[in-house]
Design a protein around this ligand. Structure first.
Ligand code: 5GP
Ligand code: ZN
Length: 118
């Protein structure tokens, strides 16, 4: 039984109530393509359980980050961007651009990525 919120878009994607282009399913995570991609590969990796952001995940956060990082590595290999490089981003808080308050890591790659980001 996953912890979910009825008013959360990403919980609905986890539940299969909103369609998404799912690229990989992990034990505690799912990954799907961003609807408004900012790079040739732009995949969101999210926990099945609802946490507004990584800071709210508490003790579960370490395990989640571990799985998200591993899933990102597998997806990057499958997408052919493991060697050219990719970026994981967790926008946290409105000032950092977070618009969906169900924690998600952005996996971006397939183009040059400037640093620092805008
Ligand atoms: P944030 O701005 O919170 O870091 O990222 C939210 C991301 O979710 C955005 O990149 C946005 O394009 C994506 N997004 C918003 N609504 C949907 C949706 O219904 N489906 C998918 N696949 N992505 C979405
Ligand atoms: Zn949620």
């Amino acid at each position: 039984m996953t912890d979910r919120r009825s008013d959360c878009l990403f919980c609905k994607i986890v539940a299969g109530e909103v369609p998404a282009d799912i690229v990989r399913e992990g034990e505690r995570t799912i990954a799907f393509r961003d609807i408004n991609p900012q790079a040739p590969t732009h995949v969101l990796i999210i926990p099945r359980d609802h946490y507004p952001d990584m800071a709210s995940a508490g003790a579960a956060g370490i395990g989640l980050l571990d799985e998200i990082a591993r899933e990102a590595g597998e997806i990057a290999r499958a997408e052919g961007i493991a060697d050219s490089g990719y970026r994981m981003v967790f926008n946290t808080g409105p000032g950092a651009g977070q618009t969906i308050f169900h924690v998600h890591g952005h996996l971006l790659g397939g183009r040059g990525l400037e640093w620092p980001p805008g």
